[in-house]
Write a protein that binds this ligand. Structure first.
Ligand code: ADE
Ligand code: ZN
Length: 350
């Protein structure tokens, strides 16, 4: 393992921004900035229940996950055409490139759109074209993960999988998101088993607001490879041991956790506890347009609030590449670039 050189705390924010990283937990609908919501509404001849961009942004005061989801699904209703999905993903990928994201695995919620009569191919083709263009125009690698909405039925998830079947070469995996409490992973056991047979990678949100039991069943029943959020694992020592031993990555989203009141203050976040217990935690933005920052803001703010070090920074970025669904060859190249960024930082330290 690379020995992380000493780096002064004054230089740490700059290093956090400059270091190469992967983003593994970003809902593309959660990257829709109010300005783009208004522009798409105008382009599509839709009216919004907010008078201005500022009025919409000022409605972003959340008390829990559900209070956010209500406004997030309303925002996504301006997306109608393939170009709308392309523009949304292009805007995110350009922003991610500025934050030195080399690779992004992007969640999307097809049922939010198909329920409004938007065909699934419109969604997937628009997002996929933006991912392909990001590789050539930005040098960013980007893939798609289709998420099932857990507040809807198993039948609806199966129907969505069937609609997506002709387009499966454009996605790398499936996930599970939306309202967690009251919708345990077991509800989707059969549809995840089918996705596994189809050779898709599997992830699920678990332990964001829900109990450690949901993390256990995401692992044992759904057989997921990563846990999205997972911060409630600290309440179950046996689970912590399992996650550490099996190097199951947690895609942690600090600003999301703060804005949805999972932790009262960012300084109370348990990211350091997860890392120090040997868990493969990563840092991600979740829904950056709603939670006050893209991935580098998540890094700099949680480090400033909790006093994490350069060693944690290296571990988080390394984990993000290691836990991705990219090829081993790509991972080695990115991890090499990560080491170089740390070495460069030391050369310039005084
Ligand atoms: N969909 C978008 N963001 C989410 C989150 N933080 N938890 C569950 N579902 C989501
Ligand atoms: Zn999420």
């Amino acid at each position: 393992m690379f020995k992380v050189p000493p780096i002064s705390s004054a230089r740490l924010p700059q290093l956090l921004r400059a270091m190469p990283k992967a983003e593994l937990h970003i809902h593309i609908e959660g990257s829709l900035e109010p300005e783009l919501i208004f522009a798409l509404a105008q382009r599509n001849g839709l009216s919004l229940p907010y008078a201005s961009v500022e009025a919409l942004r000022s409605a972003y005061a959340f008390t829990n996950l559900q209070s956010f989801l209500d406004i997030y699904y309303a925002g996504a209703s301006v997306l109608l055409h393939e170009q709308d999905f392309y523009d949304m993903a292009q805007a995110y990928l350009r922003r991610a490139a500025q934050d030195n994201v080399l690779h992004a695995e992007i969640f999307f919620d097809p049922q939010t759109h198909t329920a409004r009569g938007v065909p699934i191919e419109t969604v997937i083709n628009g997002l996929h074209r933006a991912c392909a263009d990001a590789r050539t125009e930005l040098g960013v690698s980007a893939t798609l993960i289709l998420c099932f909405l857990r507040h809807l039925s198993e039948e609806s998830a199966f129907e969505t999988l069937e609609q997506a079947q002709p387009l499966l070469d454009k996605i790398v995996g499936v996930g599970l998101d939306s309202s967690e409490v009251g919708h345990p992973p077991e509800k989707f056991a059969r549809v995840f088993a089918r996705c596994r047979e189809l050779g898709l990678h599997l992830v699920a949100h678990a332990g964001e607001e829900g109990p450690p039991a949901y993390i256990w069943s995401a692992l044992d029943v759904l057989k997921v490879e990563r846990i999205d959020h997972g911060v409630q694992a600290v309440h179950d020592p046996a689970l912590m041991q399992r996650l550490a031993q099996e190097r199951i990555a947690l895609t942690v989203c600090p600003l999301s956790n703060q804005k949805l009141c999972v932790f009262p203050r960012l300084g109370d976040h348990n990211l350091g506890q997860l890392l120090d217990a040997g868990l493969a935690a990563t840092v991600n933005s979740d829904d950056p347009a709603y939670f006050g920052g893209y991935i580098n803001e998540n890094f700099t703010q949680v480090f400033a609030a909790t006093g994490l070090t350069a060693r944690h920074a290296y571990q988080l970025a390394f984990n993000s590449f290691e836990a991705s669904f990219a090829s081993n060859a790509d991972k080695r190249v990115w991890e090499h670039r990560l080491k170089e960024a740390f070495e460069r930082c030391v050369e310039h330290d005084d």
